[in-house]
Write a protein that binds this ligand. Structure first.
Ligand code: GDP
Length: 440
């Protein structure tokens, strides 16, 4: 899978391997190569452009970690951006647990792997303790109905079908049968055509309106590359589906569809199909997919470790500054970035012995980072080092520059002063030899 893209990216990283630093020049060259590699893997042009811009920005802004080479650092950045562009986290199916039945409607072009997917999903749900039923609403091709029935037998899941070429009748009949049979999930396989056409869209739309499915999934063949993205766009504009199923990822796919779809249609890829057998279905994990595309999982985890150590080093430095009362707004800003990474304000409190006892938790948790960051960013270096020089006119300028109000600047400075005061008393307490415990 994606061998082509992996090879090309690897070449780019090899070129960077001998370089001691990341700079505008070598990043420029690397980004040009990465963009080419993406485009030749049939990644949508806009997506490739955005991806490369993000990677460039992150690479130049990235702190140098001693133990990591620029090439390794960039591998990690590219990895993270690839995962991000594919949606970050896996998005599971969203089926209401008590609904009898919850409805999954499946749409896509003929040959995309729709019918096979319906059976695969039924098998997966059954394995997870569900009691599914399949509906053959692809009524125009007798072969499709037969195929679903055969698959149904194979996985021991009932298949509802009708004689007439009436998709609505099949779907509503299936719904009734599922209710009577106490089925908890109904999977409706709809008709596809070789190309997008009005009749197919109108029928799918009518089914959607009537059934109000809990999940409307769009199935697409990843081997179609750019065309997969265009088809997804057309289906989404008409059906506003909930998620995407990428099929045939076991084939010689260039990766373009996986990388572009999420960004272009803004819908998550939920499943990936990796073969013809009923078990060849996996949840789609963007981070794992990114590692597969890059094929450099070991470098990625190495850099992650180094980053963790860096955080620890910074934390220790910060703690020492806090204890010496040398903490300024610049450090505060840095700390905010760290905290955001850690996802909790608790970190700041826990760094200082005794502080976790003195600060009411909820006050800190209510802090909105964005304006604070904007305000600190609008200050000069000098102001960050010595906040006491920030007089009235400086406050006005900072408020203007950060899109906040002077009162907010006042508040930030007041809070910062109070924090420093608090630090002083903590320090005094520590120095006077009183024991402060750090446990919660
Ligand atoms: P539908 O017309 O959309 O219902 O497509 P089908 O489910 O009939 O699939 C069309 C063909 O693609 C069949 O021969 C399937 O076996 C095959 N197929 C479906 N999914 C995959 C997959 O993930 N990998 C591979 N290699 N073949 C698949």
């Amino acid at each position: 899978m994606f061998d082509n893209l992996s090879d090309k990216l690897e070449l780019t990283f090899k070129k960077l391997a001998g370089q001691a630093t990341i700079n505008e020049v070598n990043i420029g060259i690397a980004m040009r190569d990465i963009k080419r590699a993406l485009l030749s893997a049939d990644v949508n042009y806009k997506v490739a452009k955005k991806l490369v811009e993000d990677i460039r920005e992150k690479s130049l802004g990235e702190e140098v970690i001693k133990s990591v080479s620029p090439a390794q650092m960039i591998v990690k950045i590219v990895n993270d951006e690839l995962a991000e562009i594919m949606g970050g986290e896996n998005q599971p199916l969203n089926l209401p647990p008590k609904k009898m039945p919850a409805i999954v409607m499946v749409a896509g072009l003929q040959g995309s792997g729709k019918t096979t997917f319906c059976a695969k999903l039924a098998k997966r749900l059954k394995k997870n303790g569900k009691n599914p039923m399949l509906v053959a609403a692809d009524v125009y091709r007798p072969a499709a109905i037969e195929q679903l029935k055969t698959l149904g037998e194979q996985i021991d899941v009932p298949v509802y079908s009708v004689e007439e070429q009436d998709a609505m009748k099949a779907a509503l009949g299936g719904l009734e049968a599922a209710k009577n049979g106490a089925k908890d999930v109904l999977i409706v396989d709809t008709a596809g055509r070789l190309q997008i056409d009005e009749a197919m869209m109108a029928e799918a739309e009518a089914l959607k309106n009537k059934l109000s499915p809990d999940e409307l999934l769009f199935v697409v063949d990843s081997m179609m590359g750019q065309e997969a993205v265009n088809t997804a766009k057309a289906f989404n504009e008409r059906l506003d589906f909930d998620g995407v199923v990428l099929t045939k990822l076991d084939g010689d796919s260039r990766g373009g569809a996986a990388l572009s779809i999420r960004q272009v249609v803004e819908k998550p890829i939920k499943f990936m199909s990796v073969g013809e057998k009923v078990d060849d279905l996996d949840l789609f994990y963007p981070d794992r997919m990114a590692q597969r595309i890059l094929g450099m999982g070991d470098i990625v985890s190495f850099v992650e470790k180094a980053q963790e150590t860096l955080d620890l080093e910074k934390t220790m430095q910060m703690q020492s500054k806090l204890m010496k009362n040398e903490f300024d707004l610049e450090d505060f800003f840095d700390q905010l970035q760290q905290l955001k990474k850690m996802g909790s304000i608790q970190g700041l409190i826990e760094m200082v012995p005794g502080l976790n006892k003195m600060v009411p938790k909820q006050d800190l948790e209510n802090i909105n980072f964005k304006p604070i960051e904007a305000m600190i960013s609008s200050m000069t270096k000098e102001e960050r080092k010595s906040p006491e020089i920030i007089n009235g006119s400086r406050r006005k300028r900072i408020a203007l520059g950060s899109g906040t109000r002077v009162q907010e600047v006042n508040m930030l400075l007041k809070q910062f002063t109070e924090m420093k005061k608090m630090m002083r008393s903590v320090n005094r307490l520590t120095k006077s030899g009183r024991k402060i415990t750090t446990e919660n």
